[in-house]
Ligand binder design. Structure first.
Ligand SMILES: Nc1ncnc2c1ncn2[C@@H]1O[C@H](COP(=O)(O)OP(=O)(O)OP(=O)(O)O)[C@@H](O)[C@H]1O
Ligand SMILES: [Mg+2]
Length: 289
């Protein structure tokens, strides 16, 4: 049995005319890393809201089809129980900051406090997570006075502190510079190595290419594609539908047009460099004959 199963899901937000998700069927397994891409208003955040149970428990609207978590209908699942299984990092970090705590330290500890984690353990964890995210220097700051990028890191820290089995993460790096972004990806990768299930909405396709097991492409509420990262990110027909492809795949296309053959479509830099190296060696070999 799949961990999460969506069957023919349609969802219309209250007062909206068009469905935000249309006829979506997909399943998710435990311990896998899923990347979600697609153009604006494609339904990426709506999919996150659905997986986390905010649809239908918080957003009313009209949900049809089946959403099963471990075989149980999401409509019957308790939100408090779901929140202990699934951490949700919102697209807008301003929404995530609780507004009730006066320091970043307390903000990160809030979720653990609610779970009743012993104080000593909580303090240790807050320091460890702050170090992981390079935000130790912010621990005494007021969460309401942080920049967008700082908020994004604090929001991320407060959710990973809960140590849930699953993380639904909606564009966590939109406010971050390349270093900050790489740091977040490394952490997400570590979470995956710990056996966590990850659903990540992210436009930085080159990083998804490197880390995600599967990629989903949403457009206007429809699931255009779902499959192995290497297959989806090398599917040129999807670019015509507004999906992006890794830089290495565009490079491959140009190179191929000039008559150079790769043995596989390189979706990561590593694969591209390896194959180019192979081609060069072959050339040298030919030249020396
Ligand atoms: N709370 C809401 N009430 C009504 N309509 C909504 C609400 N949230 C989203 N929508 C609509 O649902 C559709 C899908 O939106 P969603 O936010 O899921 O897209 P997205 O892929 O996350 O977009 P983005 O890349 O901009 O984050 C859009 O047409 C949007 O206007
Ligand atoms: Mg969104």
């Amino acid at each position: 049995m799949a961990y999460i199963e969506l069957k023919d899901v349609d969802y219309v937000y209250p007062l909206a005319k068009e469905p935000a998700l249309k006829n979506v069927t997909a399943s998710f397994e435990r311990g896998k890393f899923y990347g979600v891409i697609g153009e604006n208003a494609g339904g990426k955040t709506t999919l996150c809201n659905l997986l986390r149970g905010l649809i239908p428990h918080f957003y009313k609207g009209k949900l049809t089809g089946e959403v099963l978590i471990d075989g149980e209908d999401i409509r019957t699942l308790n939100m408090d129980v779901l929140s202990t299984q699934m951490g949700y990092i919102f697209q807008n970090p301003f929404t995530q900051i609780s507004g009730v705590k006066s320091s970043v330290f307390e903000e990160i500890a809030l979720g653990m406090e609610n779970l009743g984690v012993p104080k000593e353990e909580m303090i240790e964890k807050v320091f460890a997570i702050a170090e992981l995210l390079n935000i130790e220097h912010l621990l005494q700051n007021n969460p309401n006075a942080l920049s967008g990028g700082q908020r994004q890191k604090v929001a991320f820290a407060s959710v990973i502190a809960m140590d849930t089995d699953t993380f639904v993460i909606d564009e966590p790096t939109s406010q971050l510079d390349p270093d900050g972004t790489a740091g977040i990806f490394e952490i997400i990768h570590k979470l995956k190595e710990q056996g966590k299930t990850i659903v990540l909405v992210e436009h930085k396709i080159d990083l998804l290419a490197e880390y995600a097991d599967e990629v989903l492409v949403l457009k206007k509420g429809e699931l255009l594609a779902k499959g192995r990262t290497s297959e989806v990110l090398s599917d040129f027909s999807l670019t015509e539908q507004g999906a992006m492809i890794p830089h290495t795949v565009s490079f491959y296309k140009e190179f191929k047009a000039r008559g150079h053959e790769f043995s596989e479509v390189p979706i990561t830099k590593e694969s591209c460099v390896r194959q180019l190296g192979g081609m060069l060696k072959e050339r040298e070999g030919e030249g020396s004959v």
